[in-house]
Write a protein that binds this ligand. Structure first.
Ligand code: C5P
Length: 300
């Protein structure tokens, strides 16, 4: 039996500038996506229908059946590719990326399903065509297809790769429970409405790209920023304790990843990241912490 495997990394946002809400309900973004070495593994084998089985530490937290984004991805690809007969796939997902955590775990699974099915069904769709299907599934799915580091604009689906001169060392501090992305965006809109200040067009400053090219972690530390952080902290005030703990333990910088609730901390090197991860894990301010490296490529 033919079996295809894709390993797709989690992402953090090194910069997330959120513009005003658009008529379609999405927000215009300027973001720097950065894939890190925490992977979901998606396996596909030939079958009659489309199905999914979930395993791994977060397997029971993700939806199974028709609500799973990987199942939706396989169905969307089957519709788009119009092969001679409707293809099927049995998907197996080993989830190491926590669910609804600001790390694009669901998007990683969708991207993995697209990669696996493209190969399993012999479709040979180009990266550009896969990216179109990916964008129809979610704003982060196109980036999950590429890994590495990229500037994202539009609602996050328009990508430009960013060169990074070497490895960067991070710690991810996981929270108990989840945050809903739409709810975090809504909260940001409310906070902005209360202030009634104009929202500038989102942009990625050039010095962020320069710090990445030079792998200058101290410079990058001063530039990390997430417009959604304020809203995530308003919805989950305990995340301030996690950020403070990382700061006190000597992280170069810390921020909420995407819409949260995971916090990401920048370390000087791998030994610093390992020490920071154990300090955070013991701090009582998070559910667990792991040291990771970025930019992470896709794996097979
Ligand atoms: O694209 P995705 O399905 O991941 O988006 C989930 C939700 O996050 C959207 O329904 C929207 O509420 C919010 N969102 C947004 N602007 C973006 C991306 C997401 O408002 N650029």
């Amino acid at each position: 039996m033919l079996q295809v495997i894709a390993r797709v990394p989690a992402k953090i946002n090194l910069l997330l500038a959120v513009g005003p809400v658009r008529p379609d309900g999405f927000h215009e973004l300027a973001t720097v996506f950065h894939a890190v070495s925490l992977y979901d593994e998606v396996t596909g084998s030939s079958d009659d229908g489309v199905s999914v089985t979930l395993g791994g530490p977060y397997g029971t937290r993700a939806p199974d059946g028709d609500e799973n984004l990987a199942v939706l991805a396989a169905r969307a690809l089957a519709r788009r590719a119009r092969p001679a007969r409707p293809p099927g796939v049995r998907l197996g997902i080993h989830k190491e990326i926590p669910v609804a955590s600001g790390l694009a775990g669901g998007s990683a699974d969708a991207a993995g399903a697209l990669l696996v099915c493209n190969q399993l069904w012999g479709l040979r769709l180009s990266d550009a065509r896969l990216a179109i299907v990916a964008a129809s599934l979610g704003s982060d799915v196109p980036f999950s297809l590429t890994g590495g580091t990229a500037v994202g604009t539009g609602r996050g689906e328009r990508l430009r790769p960013v060169p990074v001169g070497g490895p960067l060392h991070w710690v991810l501090a996981f929270a108990d429970g989840e945050l809903s992305t739409p709810q975090v965006y809504r909260r940001l809109d409310e906070l902005r409405a209360e202030r009634s200040a104009p929202v500038p067009p989102p942009a990625v400053p050039d010095d962020v790209l320069a710090a990445l090219a030079a792998v200058d972690a101290p410079a990058l530390a001063g530039l990390l920023h997430n417009d959604l952080q304020e809203a995530a902290l308003a919805l989950r005030p305990s995340l301030s304790d996690t950020l403070r703990a990382g700061d006190e333990l000597g992280a170069l910088a810390g921020l909420v990843s995407g819409s949260g609730p995971t916090c990401a901390f920048l370390a000087r090197d791998d030994a610093h990241a390992a020490a920071l991860a154990s300090g955070l894990a013991e701090s009582g301010t998070c559910a667990g912490a792991v040291a990771v490296v970025g930019p992470a490529p896709l794996g097979t």
